[in-house]
Design a protein around this ligand. Structure first.
Ligand code: PLP
Length: 430
């Protein structure tokens, strides 16, 4: 086996099949959808102050089910987690020009939700163990204008919430958790997403559980919950009759999730813990098989945390291996293991590089609401940049439906590549 020629160097391929797509949807969801269809009520929201302001029966049932599951006072459904982040940001009394500290190593919506309120994203670097925002980097980026921290539980592992909540308390900041990738992950006996002032989950079809599109906001705070419900559903048309006193950011949207999606969500939530534990077993098997490989760091799970492995992240020590990450990744891909080498460095997106968001004149950065020059230059997040450029390798655990035998094949492919590093070093593939 070890002398096998790499597929990249015209040997034979280790994985000779396409892994089937991950699919969490089954008969239970089909039956639930059918019941909603027969009821004829596909949505029951009214965008005015009325009993139906809070949505129809499945919206209510799903929200109460989420509250029980995640052990939170309020769960609020939205039509995407991007919408959820936007509602959360508006609810915390954000003012135009306020700064919100966020990780660059996340899906774009985490930062765009800040810009939607004409607030300014400030990118703070990540820690290489969990790929989550580094508390020390947050401290360095706090200014008199900082209003909040947007913590992302990236890849399925909670951010360092004790440290983050401590910093927030010290500087009087709000914390929002983007737990899109970590539903069901634990942080010290609590579900990730429920430790911050506001948190929540994506129900987009790429995630552990889904409703096609959708999202869930969670909070313990009554006022924040009601403000998010208003932003979800045409706040400006509701606040008058409702008698809402606080009118800041009561500019509403239609972020409402439908009855069909909520009926699906109720069934999906029943499956979450099994889906998560099957991902965990596969990931642990993979880690056990890769542990011995030199210069390869398998995913870290911090004490009192669990990892739900939305993505299975690896770091290669290219100096120790004497071989470039991209060459190793190409060799793995040629063996039939579809690894990726890029995640996100949001600060390097054209929108931030050109500082062009609203209109073409640099609003909000060039406006007087922006109180200082915020840098998005390359170099501001060296850890995240270095990982993307040189050392990160990711495998999408929620992309495929994998068996233990599939994991063993993946392990075999990695070992084959590692056994042939000499051959890789002497090729000039790049
Ligand atoms: C998927 C995702 C989102 C956006 O969720 P949608 O429901 O697709 O809008 C935001 N943040 C992170 C980290 C995500 O992975």
């Amino acid at each position: 086996m070890t002398s096998d020629k790499l597929a990249l160097l015209s040997g034979s391929k280790t994985v000779n099949k396409e892994f089937p797509a991950y699919n969490s949807i089954g008969e239970e969801e089909r039956i639930a959808v059918d019941k909603v269809m027969r009821s004829g009520v596909l949505s029951q929201f009214l965008g005015c102050w009325h009993a139906d302001f809070y949505g129809g029966p499945k919206v209510q049932e799903f929200e109460r089910t989420c509250e029980k599951y995640f052990k939170v006072k309020h769960a609020i459904t939205v039509n995407s987690w991007t919408s959820g982040l936007t509602a959360a940001m508006g609810a915390i009394d954000i003012e135009p020009g306020d700064e919100v500290i966020v990780s660059p190593w996340t899906m774009c919506a985490s930062a765009t939700a800040i810009l939607h309120w004409n607030a300014i994203p400030v990118f703070a670097d990540i820690e290489p163990e969990t790929f989550n925002i580094d508390p020390a980097a947050i401290e360095k980026n706090i200014t008199p204008y900082t209003k909040a921290i947007l913590a992302v539980d990236i890849f399925g592992h909670s951010a360092d919430m004790d440290a983050l909540m401590g910093i927030a308390k010290k500087h009087n900041l709000k914390v929002i958790s983007d737990t899109a990738q970590a539903p069901g992950a634990l942080y010290k006996d609590r579900y990730a997403g429920t430790v911050a002032d506001i948190g929540g989950y994506s129900l987009n079809y790429h995630k552990h559980i889904h409703t096609g599109e959708g999202g869930i906001l969670v909070t313990e705070n009554d006022d924040l919950a009601e403000r998010m419900r208003l932003i979800r559903n045409h706040a400006e048309a509701v606040v008058g009759d409702k008698g809402t006193k606080k009118l800041n950011n009561m500019i509403g949207h239609n972020f409402r999730l439908g009855e069909i999606e909520c009926a699906i969500g109720i069934e999906q939530l029943k499956k979450l813990s099994d889906l998560v534990s099957s991902r965990q077993h596969l990931a642990e098997r993979l880690s056990a098989g890769l542990q011995q490989l030199n210069g390869l760091q398998t995913p870290v799970t911090k004490p009192d945390c669990t990892h739900v492995y939305y993505i299975y992240p690896l770091i290669v020590d290219t100096n120790a291996l004497g071989c470039e990450r991209d060459v190793i990744a190409k060799a793995l891909q040629a063996e039939g293991v579809n690894v990726s080498t890029q995640y996100q460095n949001l600060h390097l997106l054209p929108m931030y590089q050109k500082k062009m968001a609203y209109g073409s004149n640099g609003f909000p950065w060039t406006s007087e609401i922006c109180k200082r020059e915020v840098s998005y230059e390359k170099g501001i997040c060296p850890v995240a940049e270095d990982l993307n450029e040189k050392s990160y390798i990711g495998f999408g655990m929620c992309v495929y439906e994998l068996t233990a035998a599939d994991i063993d094949l993946i392990i075999t492919a990695f070992h084959k590549v590692w056994d042939n590093l000499d051959a890789l070093r002497s090729t000039n593939i790049s």
